[in-house]
Design a protein around this ligand. Structure first.
Ligand SMILES: *[C@@H]1O[C@H](CO)[C@@H](O)[C@H](O)[C@H]1NC(C)=O
Length: 346
């Protein structure tokens, strides 16, 4: 057999094995991973209209805050499961679909209950309630034994925290009056830790947690950084780095305390930072502004199909709207994380 064929065969076997060992991908978090739950709740923070989803299969807006797919979709595909993770609240899908992957994430949410309240989205505790409901449905669908196997072998992804700072702490005085930044980080991470402990008690074993990306470089934060000449907001980036560091410690502690847990820190800060500082290396032409509309402040309903300024080729842009990466960025970041995930959970 030629080396190329051998390589191909090895890859096929690896994916087949991955599929066997990780039967489902299950997602908690915010808009970085929401695949459409906000479509059906009473919030203004939606993206189920064009131009969102214009590069998704069929050019279909799904409720993903992107022109195409988000990282859990790429991760599920890499594990040989499916190309897109359906949203739990999407009536187009049933437990049959959710048995191999489901998303409970809600754009605009955070660890802090007060964050989800800002735009009336799904609080993290409620994502957990939905997950419990899912477990019951799964047991009814495939039987208790098979369901328990899926529950313990599935790969769980968590991605949130950005909104706690950018939509809550730095916008409203309530939390700032009570917490320093460092205290607020600790407050959020206590919630994160309890959340993982609850997941563990429910049978979850394989978990990947993503902290914060360089949030000070999101186009919206650059646009509002008037005194910083519209560069990245370094204070916000420093918060992201210190939050991530503390998150690593929490993950280490959880792995020590919970004997059967395998929790991985899927830190995306460095890859994002690399893309932002050297965009042309990755084939990007624009990093300061987003593709949608003026690219400085628009997202959700402000990112309208009517706006003639929206770019024609999102592959040239790091950011799709003022707060969210393009599909291309999501693909690059996922490709960076996937080998780690495969090595840990396959
Ligand atoms: C968030 O709200 C839920 C429901 O009211 C409550 O059970 C939980 O304790 C709250 N979390 C925190 C950290 O206050």
């Amino acid at each position: 057999m030629s080396p190329a064929w051998l390589l191909l065969l090895t890859q096929i076997l690896l994916v087949a094995e991955a599929k066997k060992n990780v039967p489902a991908v299950i997602v908690f978090g915010d808009s970085s991973v929401d695949s459409g739950n906000n479509n059906v709740i009473a919030t203004v923070l939606k993206s189920n209209f064009k131009p969102y989803g214009r590069d998704f299969e069929g050019g279909r807006p799904t409720g993903r805050f992107c022109n195409g797919r988000v990282p859990p979709d790429f991760i599920a595909e890499a594990f040989g499961i499916k190309r897109a993770i359906p949203a739990y609240l999407d009536p187009a899908f049933t437990i049959k679909d959710f048995a191999t992957g489901v998303c409970f994430a809600s754009a605009g949410t955070g660890y802090d209950n007060a964050t989800s309240a800002v735009l009336n989205v799904i609080p993290l505790w409620k994502e957990l309630e939905y997950y419990k409901e899912y477990q019951a449905k799964l047991r009814a669908h495939v039987g208790v034994e098979k369901a328990n196997e899926i529950i313990s072998e599935a790969l769980y992804l968590m991605s949130l925290g950005t909104n706690d700072f950018l939509e809550n702490y730095y916008v409203f005085p309530t939390r700032r009056l009570h917490f320093t930044v460092s205290q607020y980080e600790d407050f959020l991470l206590r919630i994160a830790e309890n959340f993982v402990r609850e997941l563990y008690a429910l049978g979850v074993r394989k978990l990947s947690i993503t902290g914060l990306i360089p949030v000070g470089c999101l186009p919206l934060e650059r646009a509002t950084n008037i005194f910083g000449d519209h560069g990245c907001n370094e204070e916000y980036n420093n918060v992201a780095m210190s939050f991530n560091k503390k998150l690593e410690n929490v993950i280490t502690k959880l792995n020590r305390d919970l004997p059967q847990l395998k929790a991985l820190s899927a830190n995306a800060y460095s890859i994002f930072s690399d893309i932002i500082t050297k965009p042309s290396t990755y084939g990007f032409e624009v990093v300061e502004k987003a593709c949608c509309s003026t690219g400085t402040f628009e997202m959700s309903y402000l990112c309208s199909d009517k706006n003639p300024l929206t770019c024609t080729d999102a592959e040239k842009y790091v950011f799709w709207d003022a707060f969210h990466p393009t599909e291309k960025t999501n693909r690059i970041v996922s490709n960076y994380l996937i080998p780690k995930l495969l090595a840990t959970f396959r």
